[in-house]
Design a protein around this ligand. Structure first.
Ligand SMILES: [Zn+2]
Length: 113
């Protein structure tokens, strides 16, 4: 049985983490409260502005959920538990980890849910 290349996944996870943080930073303005002042909204109607803000907030929620999963996976790398199923303790298939390095369960356990 070959050991899981945790360093490789650590690099993947850290790159994804950096991406998410910069995306989040770039979108910061979009999440600001909608100004009631028509001047600052420009030609966007207030409703459009509110809708865009809601979308930006939903995106941010998805990003922070993914960041939490990434942080948890990085912690498992640190603790030497990365790549093992939280349910049965077996190694998670590399194929699966390549698709989602934040996976916490092997495919059989995940599909048994
Ligand atoms: Zn399992």
């Amino acid at each position: 049985m070959s050991a899981i290349d945790a360093d490789h996944y650590r690099a993947v996870l850290e790159a994804r983490r950096a991406d998410l943080l910069s995306l989040s930073d770039n979108a910061k303005d979009a999440r600001k409260p909608v100004e009631l002042d028509q001047q600052s909204i420009g030609r966007l109607s207030r409703q459009d502005a509110l809708q865009q803000q809601a979308m930006a907030k939903a995106q941010e929620a998805r990003r922070s959920a993914e960041l939490r999963k990434i942080d948890a996976a990085l912690l498992r790398v640190e603790e030497g538990e990365f790549g093992y199923c939280a349910e049965c303790g077996e190694a998670i298939a590399t194929k699966r980890l390549d698709i989602d390095p934040t996976a916490t369960r092997c495919a059989p356990c995940a599909s048994a849910q």
